[in-house]
Write a protein that binds this ligand. Structure first.
Ligand code: PLP
Length: 264
Protein backbone atom coordinates (compact mmCIF):
# COMPACT_ATOMS: atom_id res chain seq x y z
CA UNK A 1 0.00 0.00 0.00
CA UNK A 2 1.15 3.53 -0.74
CA UNK A 3 1.82 5.94 2.09
CA UNK A 4 -1.33 7.94 1.24
CA UNK A 5 -3.43 4.80 1.71
CA UNK A 6 -1.64 3.79 4.91
CA UNK A 7 -2.12 7.29 6.32
CA UNK A 8 -5.88 6.88 5.96
CA UNK A 9 -6.32 3.19 6.84
CA UNK A 10 -3.41 1.90 8.95
CA UNK A 11 -4.37 1.08 12.53
CA UNK A 12 -8.05 1.96 12.08
CA UNK A 13 -10.68 -0.68 12.78
CA UNK A 14 -14.34 -0.76 11.91
CA UNK A 15 -16.04 -1.31 15.26
CA UNK A 16 -19.42 -2.87 16.10
CA UNK A 17 -21.41 0.25 15.11
CA UNK A 18 -19.79 0.44 11.67
CA UNK A 19 -18.28 3.94 12.17
CA UNK A 20 -15.69 4.56 9.47
CA UNK A 21 -14.13 7.19 11.74
CA UNK A 22 -13.02 5.62 15.02
CA UNK A 23 -14.91 6.56 18.17
CA UNK A 24 -13.08 8.23 21.07
CA UNK A 25 -12.77 5.68 23.87
CA UNK A 26 -12.78 7.82 27.01
CA UNK A 27 -13.47 4.98 29.46
CA UNK A 28 -10.74 4.69 32.07
CA UNK A 29 -11.66 1.09 32.84
CA UNK A 30 -13.16 -1.78 30.85
CA UNK A 31 -15.74 -4.48 31.49
CA UNK A 32 -14.67 -7.97 32.54
CA UNK A 33 -16.19 -11.15 31.11
CA UNK A 34 -18.41 -13.29 33.38
CA UNK A 35 -15.35 -15.39 34.24
CA UNK A 36 -13.31 -12.31 35.19
CA UNK A 37 -11.19 -12.19 32.02
CA UNK A 38 -10.73 -9.23 29.65
CA UNK A 39 -11.23 -11.08 26.36
CA UNK A 40 -11.64 -7.77 24.46
CA UNK A 41 -8.04 -6.89 25.23
CA UNK A 42 -8.43 -3.82 27.45
CA UNK A 43 -8.62 -3.55 31.25
CA UNK A 44 -7.48 -0.07 32.29
CA UNK A 45 -6.72 2.90 30.04
CA UNK A 46 -3.20 3.64 31.30
CA UNK A 47 -2.25 0.06 30.37
CA UNK A 48 -4.02 0.07 27.01
CA UNK A 49 -6.64 2.10 25.17
CA UNK A 50 -8.22 1.46 21.75
CA UNK A 51 -7.33 4.94 20.41
CA UNK A 52 -3.75 4.60 21.60
CA UNK A 53 -3.50 1.16 20.03
CA UNK A 54 -4.83 2.45 16.69
CA UNK A 55 -2.30 5.32 16.65
CA UNK A 56 0.57 2.98 17.58
CA UNK A 57 -0.34 0.53 14.82
CA UNK A 58 -0.64 3.35 12.28
CA UNK A 59 2.77 4.84 13.17
CA UNK A 60 4.46 1.41 13.11
CA UNK A 61 3.15 0.85 9.58
CA UNK A 62 4.06 4.34 8.32
CA UNK A 63 7.66 3.92 9.52
CA UNK A 64 7.94 0.28 8.38
CA UNK A 65 8.53 -0.78 11.98
CA UNK A 66 7.40 -3.83 13.91
CA UNK A 67 5.78 -1.94 16.82
CA UNK A 68 5.31 1.53 18.28
CA UNK A 69 4.62 3.26 21.57
CA UNK A 70 3.00 6.68 21.90
CA UNK A 71 3.63 9.08 24.76
CA UNK A 72 2.20 12.26 26.30
CA UNK A 73 4.85 14.39 24.51
CA UNK A 74 8.01 14.14 22.44
CA UNK A 75 10.01 14.80 25.58
CA UNK A 76 8.24 11.97 27.43
CA UNK A 77 9.99 9.68 24.91
CA UNK A 78 13.37 11.17 25.87
CA UNK A 79 12.46 10.70 29.55
CA UNK A 80 11.49 7.07 28.94
CA UNK A 81 14.76 6.36 27.11
CA UNK A 82 17.02 8.08 29.65
CA UNK A 83 15.38 6.45 32.67
CA UNK A 84 15.72 3.07 30.96
CA UNK A 85 19.53 3.29 31.07
CA UNK A 86 21.85 1.78 33.68
CA UNK A 87 24.23 3.66 36.01
CA UNK A 88 27.46 4.39 34.11
CA UNK A 89 25.85 4.26 30.67
CA UNK A 90 26.95 6.78 28.05
CA UNK A 91 24.94 8.60 25.36
CA UNK A 92 26.26 10.16 22.16
CA UNK A 93 23.98 12.97 20.90
CA UNK A 94 24.09 15.73 18.25
CA UNK A 95 25.68 19.03 19.29
CA UNK A 96 22.61 20.96 18.05
CA UNK A 97 20.04 18.45 19.36
CA UNK A 98 16.62 19.91 20.27
CA UNK A 99 17.65 21.81 23.41
CA UNK A 100 15.30 20.07 25.84
CA UNK A 101 17.22 16.77 25.50
CA UNK A 102 19.98 18.58 27.42
CA UNK A 103 17.34 19.59 30.01
CA UNK A 104 16.22 15.98 30.47
CA UNK A 105 19.75 14.59 30.81
CA UNK A 106 21.00 17.61 32.79
CA UNK A 107 18.18 19.01 34.92
CA UNK A 108 15.89 16.01 35.32
CA UNK A 109 18.43 13.18 35.47
CA UNK A 110 21.51 15.27 36.31
CA UNK A 111 22.13 13.38 39.53
CA UNK A 112 22.08 10.00 37.78
CA UNK A 113 25.47 8.57 36.91
CA UNK A 114 25.05 8.92 33.15
CA UNK A 115 27.29 10.80 30.75
CA UNK A 116 26.56 12.45 27.40
CA UNK A 117 28.96 13.45 24.64
CA UNK A 118 27.64 15.98 22.12
CA UNK A 119 29.14 15.75 18.64
CA UNK A 120 28.56 17.09 15.16
CA UNK A 121 26.72 14.09 13.66
CA UNK A 122 27.68 15.16 10.14
CA UNK A 123 31.34 14.49 11.08
CA UNK A 124 31.46 10.69 11.03
CA UNK A 125 35.05 10.58 12.40
CA UNK A 126 33.91 12.65 15.40
CA UNK A 127 30.99 10.27 15.99
CA UNK A 128 33.31 7.26 15.79
CA UNK A 129 35.76 8.92 18.22
CA UNK A 130 32.95 9.68 20.71
CA UNK A 131 31.93 6.01 20.99
CA UNK A 132 32.97 4.23 24.21
CA UNK A 133 32.52 0.63 25.38
CA UNK A 134 29.75 1.89 27.73
CA UNK A 135 27.88 3.83 24.98
CA UNK A 136 24.33 2.47 25.01
CA UNK A 137 22.49 5.11 22.98
CA UNK A 138 23.60 6.81 19.78
CA UNK A 139 20.96 9.54 19.47
CA UNK A 140 20.55 11.37 16.20
CA UNK A 141 18.20 14.03 14.97
CA UNK A 142 17.91 14.62 11.27
CA UNK A 143 17.15 17.18 10.03
CA UNK A 144 18.23 18.70 13.33
CA UNK A 145 16.48 21.43 15.30
CA UNK A 146 17.56 24.24 15.04
CA UNK A 147 20.35 24.02 12.42
CA UNK A 148 18.64 21.56 10.05
CA UNK A 149 21.84 19.52 9.71
CA UNK A 150 21.35 16.31 7.76
CA UNK A 151 22.94 13.11 9.08
CA UNK A 152 23.96 10.08 7.02
CA UNK A 153 21.66 7.45 8.57
CA UNK A 154 23.30 4.39 6.99
CA UNK A 155 26.79 5.55 8.05
CA UNK A 156 25.65 6.11 11.65
CA UNK A 157 23.96 2.68 11.69
CA UNK A 158 27.26 1.18 10.46
CA UNK A 159 29.20 2.88 13.29
CA UNK A 160 26.80 1.43 15.87
CA UNK A 161 26.88 -2.06 14.37
CA UNK A 162 29.03 -4.39 16.44
CA UNK A 163 28.84 -2.08 19.50
CA UNK A 164 26.36 -2.20 22.39
CA UNK A 165 24.76 1.07 21.29
CA UNK A 166 21.15 1.32 20.14
CA UNK A 167 20.58 3.97 17.45
CA UNK A 168 17.59 6.30 17.96
CA UNK A 169 16.68 8.84 15.28
CA UNK A 170 14.47 11.84 16.02
CA UNK A 171 12.68 12.20 12.70
CA UNK A 172 10.22 14.90 13.78
CA UNK A 173 11.02 17.38 11.00
CA UNK A 174 11.08 14.84 8.16
CA UNK A 175 8.18 12.56 9.14
CA UNK A 176 7.95 9.11 7.51
CA UNK A 177 6.84 10.85 4.30
CA UNK A 178 10.35 12.25 3.67
CA UNK A 179 12.56 9.83 5.60
CA UNK A 180 12.19 6.30 7.01
CA UNK A 181 15.29 5.73 9.18
CA UNK A 182 14.50 2.07 9.95
CA UNK A 183 15.14 1.27 6.27
CA UNK A 184 18.75 2.50 6.74
CA UNK A 185 19.42 0.19 9.71
CA UNK A 186 18.48 2.58 12.54
CA UNK A 187 16.98 0.68 15.52
CA UNK A 188 14.38 3.13 16.81
CA UNK A 189 12.66 6.25 15.45
CA UNK A 190 11.17 8.93 17.67
CA UNK A 191 8.84 11.80 16.84
CA UNK A 192 7.33 14.77 18.51
CA UNK A 193 3.91 14.06 16.99
CA UNK A 194 3.05 17.60 18.14
CA UNK A 195 4.50 18.89 14.86
CA UNK A 196 3.80 17.66 11.31
CA UNK A 197 2.33 14.27 12.25
CA UNK A 198 -0.60 15.83 14.09
CA UNK A 199 -0.38 18.89 11.90
CA UNK A 200 -3.13 21.02 13.47
CA UNK A 201 -1.38 22.53 16.55
CA UNK A 202 -4.06 21.17 18.85
CA UNK A 203 -2.26 18.50 20.88
CA UNK A 204 1.13 17.48 22.27
CA UNK A 205 2.43 13.94 21.76
CA UNK A 206 5.42 11.70 21.16
CA UNK A 207 6.16 8.33 19.59
CA UNK A 208 8.84 5.64 19.58
CA UNK A 209 8.85 3.12 16.73
CA UNK A 210 10.98 -0.03 16.70
CA UNK A 211 12.49 -1.96 13.79
CA UNK A 212 12.92 -4.99 16.06
CA UNK A 213 12.47 -5.86 19.73
CA UNK A 214 15.11 -4.66 22.21
CA UNK A 215 15.56 -4.40 25.96
CA UNK A 216 15.46 -0.60 25.66
CA UNK A 217 12.13 -0.61 23.81
CA UNK A 218 10.61 -2.94 26.42
CA UNK A 219 11.87 -0.69 29.24
CA UNK A 220 10.30 2.29 27.44
CA UNK A 221 7.03 0.33 27.33
CA UNK A 222 7.29 -0.10 31.11
CA UNK A 223 7.97 3.64 31.50
CA UNK A 224 4.94 4.36 29.31
CA UNK A 225 2.53 2.05 31.14
CA UNK A 226 3.84 1.94 34.70
CA UNK A 227 5.58 5.32 34.69
CA UNK A 228 2.30 6.76 33.38
CA UNK A 229 3.77 8.67 30.39
CA UNK A 230 0.63 7.97 28.35
CA UNK A 231 -1.28 10.35 26.06
CA UNK A 232 -5.06 10.73 26.47
CA UNK A 233 -7.50 8.88 24.20
CA UNK A 234 -8.61 12.23 22.76
CA UNK A 235 -5.03 13.27 21.93
CA UNK A 236 -4.46 9.90 20.21
CA UNK A 237 -7.67 10.39 18.24
CA UNK A 238 -6.65 13.93 17.19
CA UNK A 239 -3.19 12.76 16.12
CA UNK A 240 -4.57 9.83 14.12
CA UNK A 241 -7.04 12.16 12.43
CA UNK A 242 -4.21 14.58 11.60
CA UNK A 243 -2.12 11.77 10.09
CA UNK A 244 -4.84 11.09 7.49
CA UNK A 245 -3.70 14.20 5.57
CA UNK A 246 0.04 13.94 6.41
CA UNK A 247 1.33 12.95 2.92
CA UNK A 248 -0.59 15.81 1.25
CA UNK A 249 0.47 18.38 3.83
CA UNK A 250 4.15 17.34 3.54
CA UNK A 251 3.90 17.68 -0.25
CA UNK A 252 2.61 21.25 0.20
CA UNK A 253 5.35 22.08 2.74
CA UNK A 254 7.96 20.79 0.29
CA UNK A 255 6.56 22.81 -2.63
CA UNK A 256 6.44 25.99 -0.55
CA UNK A 257 9.97 25.45 0.84
CA UNK A 258 11.30 24.95 -2.70
CA UNK A 259 9.71 28.22 -3.86
CA UNK A 260 11.27 30.09 -0.92
CA UNK A 261 14.67 28.44 -1.59
CA UNK A 262 14.53 29.37 -5.32
CA UNK A 263 13.55 32.94 -4.47
CA UNK A 264 16.44 33.24 -1.98
C1 PLP B 1 13.09 17.80 16.94
C2 PLP B 1 12.26 17.80 18.19
N1 PLP B 1 12.25 16.71 18.98
C3 PLP B 1 11.53 16.68 20.13
C4 PLP B 1 10.78 17.77 20.54
C5 PLP B 1 10.01 17.69 21.83
O1 PLP B 1 8.65 17.42 21.58
P1 PLP B 1 7.43 17.92 22.49
O2 PLP B 1 7.40 19.41 22.45
O3 PLP B 1 6.25 17.25 21.86
O4 PLP B 1 7.69 17.42 23.89
C6 PLP B 1 10.74 18.91 19.74
C7 PLP B 1 9.93 20.08 20.14
O5 PLP B 1 10.01 21.18 19.58
C8 PLP B 1 11.51 18.94 18.53
O6 PLP B 1 11.53 20.03 17.73
Amino acid sequence: MHLETLAVHAGRRIEATGDVTPAIHLSSTFERDADGQYSRGFSYSREGNPNRQMLEECLAQLEGGSQALVFASGLAVVTAVVQSLEPGDHIVAPDDVYYCLRKVTGKLFGKWPLSVTYVDMTDLDAVQAAMRPETRVLWLETPSNPLLKVTDLAAIAAIARGTNAITICDGTFATPVCQRPLEYGIDLVTHSTTKYLNGHSDCIGGALIARHDSYLFERCRTAQIHGGLVPSAFDCWLTLRGIATLPWRMRAHGEHALRVARFL
